[in-house]
Design a protein around this ligand. Structure first.
Ligand SMILES: C[S@@+](CC[C@H](N)C(=O)[O-])C[C@H]1O[C@@H](n2cnc3c(N)ncnc32)[C@H](O)[C@@H]1O
Length: 500
């Protein structure tokens, strides 16, 4: 594996200017292709986009060249690109009278409307939903659903230093470059570092420090304010594809990554990971994950999905295109996958997000929960607020909670559930319309409490008023309610008003 076959970035500002001038941007593509063909392209289906790019405008030429990856006439390429420079740098090559791209260049809209470009290997995202089918072990993929999930989860406060571990096409490093003074990108695969360099250059982002090696090996003496990794988390029998197969047994790669993060994180720093983990007979998955959390760190672990081992094996066999090959080889690979699960006692595989924050608290907060429901991305602000509320809760006992003031989080609504026509609801549900979009069943006291929480009265005063209205004993009410308030704070329905 070498970086020599990748383009040089010497003329990337001129190439970028030409791409922008042609409107080769996320918005420009949407306008050209229309919502349906645009969405199909995001699913790696090219036929609708091909039908929408039959003309000879520079934008159509660029779509055919870099996204549909067909040959375009020399004259059309010259009208769309600084062709001599693009040829000299190696972004495109001559193919008889025609021009072909050497890499996939994909417009990607940044969170503040920035026009970015993600550069990756040809042919991974086009020609059907076959993922990396037919590519070699060092193939570098572009942006997938996992990449954007992680980018959305990441807390985006300004930091001094950020590390993108397993950078691939460089999408996480590109996001991090907007918030960090210094970005380091590492990867086991040197070709990936080449792509990260190109993505940053073509997106007009500051260059990152690029380091080759496994996990934290290339940054062994350094610490960071932010660490992000969408690692090769797939639990598989052996390392076939570097972008997904970690090559350590079971979920060892994810465990090692999480465990080693504690000493790489500066105080107050966040680390965000996507991960897969084994569900093993006789062990709660939460306990397994808790045991990974390094000392000095708070953690929020969210399990988004659990797959049965056969579904899981089939998913990744399809990802590598094995289902299209020789049936005997397919059966052998499928069997090897099940052997691997058997060897580790794996019954199912969990997929989710792990966020660590280094607090150095002697009472770390570790929350491991299952939340398979839709959420509202970007979740970065919600993630940050989760940890801030944990700080509040661990420093406030029930008495302190009663003297505190709270506000109802924005866009929380109340739903009453019961039989049609019934006078009183069977139960009341509070529902968030933002962030994690949680819903929780509450009693009428908690609902009333949440309803009047506008930050003016202390929790105790509100409970006294509720006691007067309902005729309940105020002391008993003060005694039994803090637990419910604590839960509403923990889940983000109530926000503590900062104390002076
Ligand atoms: C799933 S891809 C993620 C790419 C990109 N960061 C994203 O979010 O789309 C995982 C990346 O980790 C790299 N990788 C694989 N094994 C690694 C290891 N042991 N240490 C560091 N990086 C590794 C792969 O080469 C690949 O680029």
């Amino acid at each position: 594996m070498s970086t020599t076959s990748l383009p040089a970035s010497d003329h990337s500002p001129r190439l970028r200017a030409a791409l922008l001038a042609a409107d080769f941007t996320a918005d420009g593509l949407l306008d050209l292709l229309g919502a349906s063909a645009y969405a199909a392209l995001a699913r790696s289906e090219t036929v609708p986009a091909l039908r929408a790019t039959g003309g000879d405008t520079p934008l159509e030429t660029l779509v055919r060249l870099f996204l549909l990856q067909g040959p375009v006439p020399h004259a059309a390429a010259r009208a769309a690109l600084p062709l001599d420079e693009a040829l000299a740098d190696g972004w495109v090559v001559r193919d008889g009278e025609e021009i072909r791209a050497t890499v996939d260049v994909r417009p990607y809209g940044g969170p503040e409307g920035q026009d970015w470009f993600i550069v990756s290997d040809l042919g991974c995202a086009v020609g059907g939903a076959s993922g990396a089918s037919g590519h070699g072990e060092g193939v570098v993929l572009g942006v997938g659903g996992a990449s954007t999930t992680l980018a959305g989860l990441t807390v985006r406060t300004p930091v001094g230093s950020a590390l993108d571990l397993g950078a691939g096409s460089g999408i996480q490093a590109l996001h991090a470059a907007q918030q960090a003074t210094r970005v380091t990108a590492t990867d086991l695969n040197p070709r990936a570092l080449g792509f990260t360099r190109l993505t940053l250059a073509l997106s007009d982002a500051p260059p990152a420090e690029l380091r080759e090696g496994s996990l934290f090996e290339p940054v062994a003496d350094e610490t960071y304010d932010l660490i992000v990794s969408n690692p090769p988390f797939v639990i598989s029998p052996g390392a076939r594809l570097t972008y997904r197969d970690g090559g350590m047994g079971g979920d060892d790669l994810c465990r090692t990554l999480v465990q080693q993060t504690g000493e790489r994180l500066n105080k107050g720093g966040f680390a965000h990971f996507l991960a897969n983990w084994q569900h093993v007979e006789g062990e709660e998955w939460q306990e397994r994950l808790r045991s990974w959390v390094p000392r000095g760190c708070d953690a929020w672990i969210v399990q988004r999905e659990v797959q049965d081992i056969t579904q899981y094996a089939e998913l990744w066999l399809r990802d590598s295109g094995d289902h299209r090959g020789d049936p005997e080889a397919y059966a052998a690979r499928y069997g090897a996958w099940l052997d691997e699960f058997e060897a580790h006692g794996t019954k199912a595989v969990g997929f989710g997000w792990i966020t660590l924050r280094r607090s150095d608290s002697d009472r770390p907060s570790i929350v491991a929960e299952e939340w398979p429901h839709p959420v509202e991305q970007p979740l970065g602000p919600t993630v940050r607020a989760h940890f801030e509320r944990q700080d509040y809760l661990r420093t406030h006992d029930d008495a302190a909670l009663l003297t505190g003031r709270f506000t109802l989080a924005p866009e929380v609504v109340q739903e009453q559930v019961g039989l049609p026509g019934a006078e009183d609801p069977e139960h009341v549900v509070l529902r968030q319309n933002r962030g994690m979009r949680r819903a929780t069943k509450v009693d009428t006291v908690a609902a009333g409490f949440a309803g009047v929480s506008d930050g003016t009265l202390s929790a105790g005063r509100i409970l006294d008023a509720i006691a007067q209205l309902t005729g309940e004993d105020a002391v008993l009410l003060r005694d039994r309610t803090p637990q419910a308030v604590r839960l509403l704070v923990e889940e983000g329905f109530l926000e503590p008003v900062p104390e002076p």
